[in-house]
Design a protein around this ligand. Structure first.
Ligand code: XUL
Length: 577
């Protein structure tokens, strides 16, 4: 069978990347345009402008130029025949928004290949030359309005999967409607960055993609419709706001191209007229499409901060994390839990143990069987934390538990007997916090019934559950990011989370763009009826398990049980923050 190619774009903050894979998922080519280096005339710093009033924005013109440049470079690569590309999808920075004039969408349909996207579209296709970036923090008043209009953070999270966030598109559009009324009036259509790029490539205005639309604080996830009450924050003329957003988003369960590649790219760069464009999504959503993640699997990204992405069928929103509709698995959601205190907090303790920043002593403590921390628990937040939502704080405690009632008595202490205790305790409490936050997002049948955790009620964030709620194990855990290379840290995390089926470690340098490639390939096969397999099963089968992941083996079940003992203690200790 002749080779066919699939493109996955990633329009992130600092670069535009395009990966090419073949039908066997083999990487054929990777092309990158770095905004600051390759397009220095825009004078961006790490891809953005930071304004005097603190707003953070990206020049849309730069993105147009980057799209031409990435295609120009690819068209010159000898080994890459762009005629073989059958389908395209991709991932983009979440929450950003692009504002079109009424001429803009029409201009997309008649792009002359003799010119450039920038000269053809800029500035007249856009009512605003810049797009708000996810790092923007200037929408405090608008966020307040969103939470007020829905009844509070919990109610807003219940409707849209998240409480109000500065970066979310609804508050950002509201700010523009209030502070730049002329711009807002001149705006006929609004794209997310993902639907903007899909629009450029398909040569027509493309609706928002449903999963990415969940990052706006506007979309009612359970009703799968915009919430009129929330739209009202932008403008009382709700029908007009809906019209600007292009009507209902493209449902995630509809596998259909948004169109074919625009003739501009066929004539200019030699793409094939049969090449299909599938919906683009947000970068975090594309990351879960780059891995064979099924329901009840979790991805733990261990960087400066710790981020958990998981696939769930439980709609259990919280103001402390995010739920989005899953981009490719109908009836499922992606949970995203972001902790501020990850590596940085651990490194502080490492440096107290070893002035040369060496992990040896820290790791020995983490793995030590003789260092007894059984009746200790610590909380280490050098930075303010999101989960739980508290300012910078430290707590150390020893505890006793009443054998009959299970009630916990804490004894707060200034220090443990040595810093080695902190090393062991920080890794354990970070992992335990992840465990209790993912539990309500796991299916009921993930509960391990071997152990009886007891009926006492414990409190975490906005939840009051019986302890038994926390007897759930994810099916598989995937560890990525800098700290996942540290065996001691990752082993202990795996042990506390207690995945029932497997623990894997992997490197994900291109995950967002790869997610786009896989979505393009699977969508093409599914739409052309070459496969009936669902996305997760397809990826599970085609994924290169032998080469792309390292199996870490199973954590000890006894050790998992051992950590059960500290769940109520963590709840009690968090109550002191
Ligand atoms: C997610 C978020 C960031 C951006 C990065 O909510 O704001 O991860 O998507 O591009």
């Amino acid at each position: 069978m002749a080779d066919t190619y699939y493109l996955g774009f990633d329009l992130s903050t600092q670069q535009l990347k395009c990966l090419v894979i073949d039908q066997k998922l083999k990487l054929i080519h990777s092309e990158t345009v770095e905004f600051d280096q390759d397009l220095p005339h825009y004078n961006t710093h790490k891809g953005v402008y930071i304004r005097e009033d603190g707003s953070i924005e990206c020049p849309v013109e730069m993105w147009l130029e980057a799209v031409d440049l990435v295609f120009l470079r690819m068209s010159k690569r000898e080994h890459l025949d762009l005629k073989l590309v059958r389908a395209v999808s991709g991932s983009c920075q979440q929450h950003g928004s692009v504002y079109w004039t009424s001429e803009g969408p029409k201009m997309l349909e008649t792009l002359n290949p003799k010119s450039s996207l920038k000269d053809l579209l800029f500035p007249s296709a856009f009512s605003r030359p810049v797009a708000p970036n996810w790092q923007d923090h200037s929408t405090g008043e608008e966020c307040e309005a969103f939470e007020k209009s829905s009844g509070g953070p919990q109610q807003l999270a219940q409707i849209t999967g998240s409480r109000a966030h500065y970066r979310f598109t609804g508050p950002q559009i509201m700010k523009i409607a209030r502070k730049e009324p002329k711009v807002y009036r001149n705006t006929a259509k609004i794209s997310l960055v993902s639907s903007f790029l899909a629009s450029l490539l398909s040569g027509k205005f493309t609706k928002l993609e449903e999963a990415d639309a969940c990052g706006m604080n506007l979309y009612d996830i359970e009703k799968r419709d915009y919430d009129d009450n929330l739209l009202c924050n932008i403008d009382a003329n709700v029908a007009d706001v809906r019209e600007k957003l292009g009507g209902d988003p493209i449902p995630s369960d509809k596998v259909e191209p948004v169109g074919h590649i625009a003739s501009y790219f066929i004539e200019k760069y030699g793409l094939n007229s049969k090449c299909e464009i599938y919906p683009f999504t947000g970068d975090n959503l594309a990351t879960i499409c780059s891995l064979p993640l099924r329901k009840n699997d979790v991805l733990v990204s261990m960087g400066t901060s710790t981020t958990i992405l998981l696939v769930t069928d439980q709609y259990h929103p919280s103001p402390n994390y995010h739920l989005f509709i899953h981009p490719t698995l109908p009836g499922h959601y992606m949970g995203m839990i972001c902790y501020c205190n990850g590596s940085l907090a651990r490194e502080r303790i490492r440096d107290q143990l070893d002035g040369n920043h060496d992990w040896k002593l820290f790791n020995e403590a983490v793995l030590s069987k003789t260092l007894n921390t059984d009746n200790e628990l610590g909380i280490y937040f050098p930075l303010g934390e999101i989960v739980p939502s508290v300012p910078s704080s430290y707590r150390r405690a020893t505890f006793t538990k009443d054998a009959t009632t299970g009630s916990v008595t804490l004894n707060l202490v200034e220090n443990f007997p040595s810093v080695a205790h902190d090393a062991k305790n920080i890794v354990e409490s970070q992992a335990l916090s992840c465990r209790v936050r993912i539990s309500p997002l796991l299916s009921k049948d993930c509960a391990d019934t071997t152990y009886h955790l007891g009926q006492n009620t414990v409190h975490f964030d906005y939840d009051n559950f019986e302890l038994s709620e926390y007897a759930k194990r994810p099916h598989r855990a995937f560890f990525v990011g800098g700290a996942s290379k540290n065996d001691a840290i990752v082993d202990r995390f795996a042990e506390v989370l207690g995945a029932s089926d497997a623990n894997f470690r992997l490197e994900t340098p291109n995950s967002c763009a790869l997610g786009g490639c896989y979505r393009a390939l699977w969508s093409h096969l599914f739409f052309s009826k070459q496969t009936e397999t669902s996305f997760d099963k397809f990826l599970d089968k085609t994924f290169r398990w032998g080469t792309d992941v390292q199996n870490l083996g199973m954590g000890s079940k006894e050790m998992w049980q051992h950590h059960n003992e500290k769940i109520a203690v963590l709840s009690a200790l968090e109550a002191t923050l």
